[in-house]
Structure formats: structure tokens, C-alpha cells
Design a protein around this ligand. Sequence first.
Ligand code: AHM
Ligand code: MG
Length: 336
Amino acid sequence: MSRTTLSRYLIEQTRSHNTPADLRFLVEVVARACKAISHAVSKGALGGVLGSTDTENVQGEVQKKLDVMSNEILLEANEWGGTLAGMASEEMDKPYQIPGRYPKGAYLLLFDPLDGSSNIDVNVSVGTIFSVLRCPGDCFSQNDALGEEAFLQPGTKQVAAGYAVYGPQTMLILTLGDGVKGFTLDRELGSFVLTHENMNVPQSTAEFAINMSNQRHWEPPVQRYVSELLAGEEGPLGKNYNMRWIASMVADVHRILTRGGIFMYPRDAREPDKPGKLRLMYEANPMSFIIEQAGGMATNGQQRILDVQPKSLHERVAVFLGSKEEVERVTGYHQG
Ligand code: AHM
Ligand code: MG
């Protein structure tokens, strides 16, 4: 049986949908970096990679050794190929400049190198999330340092997005704006192989994901919605709901992409200046692009996440995403 590898899928996309060759190359290089991260993660204590560094990232979070390693793997893999004008990462305050010895390209790459890293030391799934934008105008041909402004584009401008989940299997989930494909890493071949041809989020669900320990800090629309879910058959929704919370967005979103559900990380009264915990540009936007391409829905309670105009690189956003019926309901509670 002939198998469709990621390389073959991308070449066929170039033929059928005119996917530019430099974008194809860029996605392949990101996938290669994800293989290297998967390898490092899988070594765990044997590789001496568990535990924290003594540094903090721009968000004031203690960095895990694997956060730093994954960031470096992605930077090194992507800086030389000539497809990028710059990169931005959860782990770096400012945009990463392509070193002068390499040519620049037309795209911008944004990533969370190792999402869910609080789970690394307990051997629970983690992942890499990435988003690709075009560099506006001819910013890639200028010699000036690339500023944050070039990245501040709404999620609708993404040309590709994906995530790798490092779980029992390593999988790469990808959208180029033409549906969502799932590839599983064949470790013997060293290739990502297309295993999930058309990923679709079921429209309705009886499963929700939220960190319940924050309940007392939520706003009234979320309080109302979750209390209705918890009321089960006796409540206004008339059915029993199950709850799952892995605390790795990649793993929670992957479950929703596979069998439906709603994922929520709402605004929190403890930090009124921050609309949620998750970052817009390299967590919420790529995940929202994927979920929408799979027939689901993603909002911040008030509007479609992909329409939010970012004001800063590390901006946060409230997230409600997954099965359409449920995301519509909780969004309606905010708007009503
Ligand atoms: P990270 O990027 O620092 O790992 O943080 C993001 C993670 C998400 O993967 C996950 O959904 C959330 O934080 C978990 O939050 P909590 O610790 O409140 O359960
Ligand atoms: Mg993250």
C-alpha cells in the first residue's frame, strides 16, 4: 500500500492548490524540528532533559529545560532556509532576527515551542503550536531589524497553522486553509504519514474542558454556562456532560478534534488587565484556524478569535473553542 507522507501531501498541494514552494519547504522544516523535539521529549530522565532552568520567560513563567531546548531547535531549523523574514516565540520577548549570513523570505513564523510544559515532568502529553503569516509589504527585503508590528495581523491572515502532539504517538496536525490533515510519525521511516485524511469536529458534544479550580474567578456568562453543564439531565440543557482537563492545550484540542467537545480558558477576575491566560498569536490563533477548518467554532466570548486585531506580540485572549453548538451557546451568553 502506498502511503502519503507529509512531503508527498505538500507536493500534491502545490500541484492542486498552488501552495507556494517556499511555504511547502517552511512547513517541512517545522515538521523536521518537531521530530527532533519529539525525540528529546521522549528521552525524559534518560536524556537529563527534565526539570527547570533558573530563567523566566517574558510571561514571568519559570522555563523548563525542554522549553528552552525546543525553542532553540525551532530557531536553528528555520533560520537558514530563506523562507522567513523573522520568528516570534512564547519564550522570547522580542522577534527573532534572521542572521545576516542567511537570505530572508516572505513569511513570519510564530510558535509556542513546548505547550503544556507543566506536564513534562509527569510524562503527560505536551506539544508544539505554530502559525505562519506573510510578512506585510516588502518587509523581508529591508535591512532594518524586523519589529513587532509586522506580526500584528489578525488570525484570518494565517496561511498555515498546525501543532505537533507528543503523546503515545507523535502526530502533526496541519491546515493550509483547505481542511485539516493529521499525520502520524512513523519512527522507523522517520516520516510523518497521512493517517487522518479529513479531521472534523462534531457539531454537538457532551464533553467539556475547563480548569474548574478557577470557578470562583469567572465572569457571570461562564458561571451560568458551566452550572448548566453540571446540572446534567435535570438542567436546561437536558443531558449529562463529561469533563476532561489535561492542562496541555494541544492534548485537549486534539481530543476535541478527534471526538468533539468544548475547550474554555475564560477571562479571570484575578488579573482584570489580562483577557485570559492563553496567548493570541501563537496559541489561540493557530488552534482557532484549525478548529474552524475542521468545522468547529472559536470565539473569545464576544467575537471570532480570528478577527481579533492584535496589539502586542504576547497579548492574551479568552478562548472558547470546539463543537459549534456549545461554542455558540456560551458566546450567546456573553453577548446577551
Ligand atoms: P504554557 O504555554 O506555559 O504551557 O501554558 C499554556 C497551558 C495550556 O497548554 C493549557 O491549556 C493551560 O496552560 C493550562 O492551564 P492551567 O495550569 O490553568 O490548568
Ligand atoms: Mg503554551
